[in-house]
Design a protein around this ligand. Structure first.
Ligand code: IPM
Ligand code: MG
Length: 370
């Protein structure tokens, strides 16, 4: 029997609600498999700041350090509420980026996946969606503008200024490109390289390193695309993409757009992988406007559990069962009010009822042979 320690960082807003559903799934997974999970909840984000003055407290760091994997909910407050926290301690700057940095989670995998059971959520026309969408975005997660030198001040002329630099060295670029090429090898052997080398020197270096790395993966066809054009193409013809790789800020923006073509960021789980540790999180925010109402869909959160099972615990078959359970619930015509309009022909259920249905489906799936 293998025991895995999982740090649970429920976070802010809808985080605790969707985390509760993820825990139900984990509890069933351990009943069905030869594993035990030691779940270790810890404070993280604005809630941690209000509790103890630190959005990423030392106790949480200690728990994450011990964990085999980290499952994170959502963090953040509304624009207005954020003003109650000093800028450096706001949950994004004070907790999430330090988490990424501490565990050096350089490769962020964001599946943009719309199987037939979910097609009705997409705002795209049926002829554009075809049989569905199946892309994985690979976003560099610990470099670029997010982690570059930052400075604010007053010029000699008395003007406020800011410097924010987009920094990469070749090793940072190379390691994430390897992840993208390896993934492309497992899929269609086509890799879209997203860049802005007509303007940014960082993209010039990125592309140089890509040419070097590509030599090691001769079977992978590389297609180069400027990031602005990629944004258009994602809407016009998403089927042309399979694996896309890009630097941090491009990935932040394009992955939200990808959520848009699916119909919601509520349909986008993610995995953030480092050399020694990985953490898993929904790509969506904490949705303070709907927090506490039991209407947020837990798909991104439970999908992040599936990604954790596959990547951190080598349980690919059970991960597939979790995906299929969720698809099954949508396929049976259920949804939650955050994803669907009242007249959209689906049966509207709450967050916890959705989680219960996923658990029920998973319970009825054949157990994975050990
Ligand atoms: C994401 C989020 C974060 C980011 C925020 C919360 C700092 O938007 O994971 O995409 O910008 O990386
Ligand atoms: Mg984002």
């Amino acid at each position: 029997m293998t025991n895995y320690k999982i740090a649970l960082l429920a976070g802010d807003g809808i985080g605790p609600e969707v985390m509760k559903e993820a825990v139900k799934v984990l509890e069933l997974v351990q009943q069905r498999n030869d594993v035990t999970f030691e779940l270790m909840p810890a404070l993280f984000g604005a809630s941690a700041y209000f509790d103890c003055g630190n959005p990423f407290p030392d106790e949480t760091i200690a728990i994450c350090d011990q964990a085999d994997a980290i499952l994170k909910g959502t963090i953040g407050l509304s624009h207005e509420e954020s003003k109650n926290i000093p800028i450096e301690l706001q949950p994004e700057r004070g907790a999430l980026l330090p988490l990424r940095k501490r565990y050096n989670t350089y490769a962020n995998f964001r599946p943009v996946y719309l199987p037939k059971e979910l097609i009705h959520f997409s705002p795209l026309k049926p002829e554009i969606i075809g049989d569905g969408i199946d892309i994985i975005m690979v976003r560099e997660l610990v470099g670029g503008l997010y982690f570059g030198h930052k400075e604010m001040g007053i010029t000699d002329e008395g003007l406020r200024y800011v410097h924010e630099t987009l920094e990469y060295d070749e090793d940072q670029i190379r390691r994430v490109l390897h992840e993208a090429f390896k993934l492309a090898m497992l899929r269609k052997k086509v890799l879209h390289n997203i860049h802005k080398s007509n303007v940014l020197k960082s993209s010039v270096l990125w592309n140089e390193v890509l040419e070097e790395v590509a030599v090691e993966y001769p079977e992978v066809e590389v297609l180069h695309q400027l990031v602005d054009s990629a944004a258009t193409q994602l809407c016009l013809n998403p089927a042309q993409f399979d694996v896309m790789v890009m630097e941090n800020m491009f990935g932040d923006i394009l992955s939200d757009q990808a959520g848009g073509i699916l119909g919601s960021l509520g349909l986008m789980p993610s995995a953030c992988i480092g050399p020694d540790k990985a953490y898993y999180e929904p790509s969506h925010g904490s949705a303070p406007d709907i927090a506490g109402q039991n209407i947020a869909n837990p798909y991104s959160m439970i999908g992040s559990v599936a990604m954790m099972l596959e990547n951190s615990f080598d349980m690919k078959e059970e991960a597939n069962n979790v995906w299929n359970a969720m698809k099954g619930v949508f396929g049976d015509g259920f949804s939650t009010p955050d994803l669907s309009k009242p007249d959209s022909g689906v049966t509207m259920i709450s967050t916890d009822a959705f989680g219960d249905k996923v658990v029920e489906k998973l319970r009825n799936m054949p157990r994975v042979s050990q």
